[in-house]
Write a protein that binds this ligand. Structure first.
Ligand code: IVH
Length: 677
């Protein structure tokens, strides 16, 4: 490489990596694998060492972490939050061990831990209480996410035992696999884009401004390092074990090792076993145990010399991209799907992979006939992480995203700032219509399970059901003998027999007992998931009241934001939806709450009350009901509109500070009870 070429490559890499960093850290939407990213960074690091004169002022190698998100207040880290140097090679681990032993000149004890794949967090405890929590930020300053972190159940707000007056403990916030899968199912349910992997879900959640929403997300936290002047022991391991006694969640996947062989044993064990863990790891961290030795080894600007991360290679295979099909979802969202030459990956045969959206296709520049790399990292669905350009067929043309709906031919739309293309033909596009019916009958909605497994499709194809109200017009005569030809099974014919028909009708009849909140959810209003439907039902009691609500009124309701309010207004503005609701009502579907809240007094009339912290006598829901029963309005965040802040035990300092700032009276549980006596 000539000097000129090196300069160009450095400029290129700097720009590319900065872009990927931005996508990863700021947007939480990466388009390349960690492995590829690390390779680019390594290449840049080496080139910069060779040609320091070309190092850019915005070089990603100078940064410890990512950009800082503006919304949260920044705060200084007492101890800089360094990163770990990492490697994919066993040889480099051997080098690491040699270096450590050479510098210290003595025997070294290592501590091996898992490398949790989440978001690092720094917690400061003063006098046994969680004082504040910071994200890494740029390593010197981080975002104050205390309010959100407080909602993570495994992080103790108060610790017990013989702890130092002040110390910092660091760890990783992550989302366990199961909770992640559930969260994504729920997001798909309300028409939101699912998160790509648990790490992105965690990062996105920690950046959420509404801590109540954070509380509903299944975050967890493992702690793995302590800082402080008066720690009880002179080594990492013993302090960590002590921290566990204080009440911290310190993982049990930890081992002391004396030799490199023992380290490899630990690595090999977890490389095989990691699929069985309930959370994701992306490698192993090896730390020198003794603080004295750690100090001797010191640190570079970016990472300590006494620790190293060994990263697992994500399992990846090569296969050919045969075609791309475009799927239309219930909300009209278009998802490009790669049809692959079947290939074995981590024990399963992979034939398809999601390409997510037009941006991802553009960034990857995949073409039909390309040999692509497919990886199964944390993602449930395998993903294409790159193209083997050496194998690209000459005639392969750039892939064009469709501009018309593949199902109904309507020109697609793409809203400003959204990644997804949509088919706007809500009423005429078959998969959207069928999708809405399938949502309506699904388990958490009307629960008409006798209509599952392709039956909706049959009813739709035969012109019997074009909207959800049509379900209630079905009769025995219309259904009996209804046929479907199975193309996939040599044109085998199946038809509805008596038993099936009776079952279907029974299921439809039973759905008339489904309570209002679930009916509301079943209607499939965008962004109205089960929780929101419950809130709306409790607030408005009937569909009429909800339909009359203005945008301004809706956004006042607890947990109803602008996006949801807009979507509700839009839904009821459509004549077609009103007609369906009217027909459903005539058939006996429940459009009002069975046991609506009874207002018993007007003692709190016109008062907006925020209750926060742990109350002695009431749960969250109970206190809200009590406020409403007395004519008041419960709210979740302190604002100018708040009349009182009802403070329970361990109330967040932010809420208290906000109330003070706005001059809002803070009352105790007892004072509150006196108000309504
Ligand atoms: S120790 C000075 N231990 O990996 C202590 N980090 O790039 C440095 N990580 O920022 C961190 N598991 O977010 C440590 N057992 C573990 C870890 C771990 C995951 C993360 C952490 C760190 C990044 C390294």
């Amino acid at each position: 490489m000539t000097k000129e070429e090196a300069k160009k490559r450095i400029l290129d890499l700097t720009e590319t990596i900065n872009e990927h960093n931005y996508r990863y850290y700021v947007l939480a939407k990466p388009v390349i694998s960690d492995f590829d990213f690390d390779m680019l960074l390594e290449e840049l690091t080496k080139l910069e060492q060779q040609y320091p004169e070309f190092v850019q002022p915005d070089s990603p190698t100078k940064r410890v972490g990512g950009d800082i998100t503006k919304e949260f207040v920044q705060r200084q880290h007492k101890y800089p939050m360094l990163s770990l140097s990492n490697t994919y090679s066993e040889g480099e681990l051997i080098d690491f061990d040699r270096r450590v032993k050479k510098v210290t000149g003595e025997d070294v004890e290592y501590v091996c831990e898992l490398k949790y794949d989440g978001v690092s967090i720094s917690l400061t405890y003063i006098n046994g209480l969680l004082d504040f929590a910071l994200t890494r930020g740029d390593g010197t300053k981080g975002d104050d996410v205390t309010a959100n972190v407080r909602t993570v159940k495994s992080i103790p707000l108060k610790i017990h035992g013989d702890y130092p007056e002040e110390f910092v403990i660091r760890g990783e916030i992550f989302m366990p696999k199961e909770g992640f899968a559930k969260l994504n199912r729920e997001r798909i349910e309300i028409g939101e884009e699912p998160f790509a992997n648990p790490r992105n879900a965690t990062a996105g959640t920690l950046k959420t401004q509404d801590s109540a929403e954070v509380a509903r997300r299944p975050l967890d936290c493992y702690l793995y390092y302590l800082f402080g002047e008066n720690l009880p022991f002179d080594n990492h391991y013993d302090n960590l074990m002590k921290a566990r006694e204080w009440g911290f969640k310190v993982p049990q996947y930890i081992a002391k090792c004396r030799t490199i062989e023992e380290i490899f044993e630990f690595i090999n064990f977890w490389d095989k076993e990691r699929d069985n863990l309930p959370f994701e790891i992306d490698g192993i961290v090896i730390k020198v145990n003794s603080y004295r030795q750690q100090q001797e080894l010191g640190e570079t600007a970016k990472s300590p010399r006494w620790a190293i991360a060994y990263k697992f290679k994500a399992e990846r295979v090569e296969t050919v991209l045969n075609s791309v099909s475009f799927q239309v979802g219930r909300t009209g969202a278009i998802t490009p799907v790669a049809n692959l030459e079947p290939v074995k990956l981590v024990g399963t045969t992979v034939k398809r992979a999601s390409l997510h959206n037009a941006d991802i296709i553009e960034a990857l520049d995949v073409r039909i006939g390309d040999t692509v790399f497919v990886e199964k990292g944390g993602e449930i669905i395998p993903k294409i992480v790159g193209v083997n350009l050496a194998k690209r067929p000459q005639e392969a043309e750039k892939l064009k995203f469709i501009d018309k709906c593949p199902e109904c031919g309507t020109p697609l739309v793409r809203k400003e700032g959204e990644a997804q293309h949509y088919c706007p033909n809500e009423d005429g596009c078959p998969p959207q219509i069928k999708g809405r019916i399938e949502h309506f009958i699904s388990r958490n909605a009307m629960n008409i399970d006798s209509l599952g497994e392709g039956k909706v499709e049959m009813l739709y194809d035969n012109g019997l059901v074009k909207d959800v109200a049509d379900l209630y017009d079905l009769t025995y005569d219309k259904l009996i003998g209804l046929e479907k030809i199975l193309k996939s099974q040599d044109d085998k014919k199946i038809s509805f027999q008596e038993k099936t028909v009776k079952n279907i009708l029974k299921g439809i009849e039973a759905s008339k007992n489904v309570p209002f909140d679930r009916v509301l959810y079943a209607l499939g209003i965008r962004y109205v998931g089960r929780t929101v439907a419950g809130k709306l039902a409790n607030h408005y009691h009937s569909i009429e009241k909800l339909m009359e609500a203005s945008y301004e009124e809706l956004v006042q309701v607890d947990e109803i934001g602008e996006k949801i309010a807009e979507s509700i207004i839009k839904f009821f503005a459509r004549e077609k939806n009103i007609k369906i609701i009217k027909r459903l009502k005539e058939k006996g579907i429940r459009f009002e709450l069975e046991n609506p809240l009874q207002v018993k007094s007007d003692k709190l009339a016109g008062k907006t009350i925020v209750a926060s912290g742990k109350l002695a006598n009431f749960s969250r829901e109970e206190i809200k009901t009590l406020i409403m029963e007395n004519g008041g309005k419960p709210a979740s965040s302190v604002s100018k509109k708040t009349d009182f802040l009802l403070a329970g035990e361990n109330i967040g300092p932010n809420k208290l500070a906000k109330a003070k700032e706005l001059g809002i009276p803070v009352i105790t549980e007892e004072e509150f009870l006196n108000m309504i006596k």
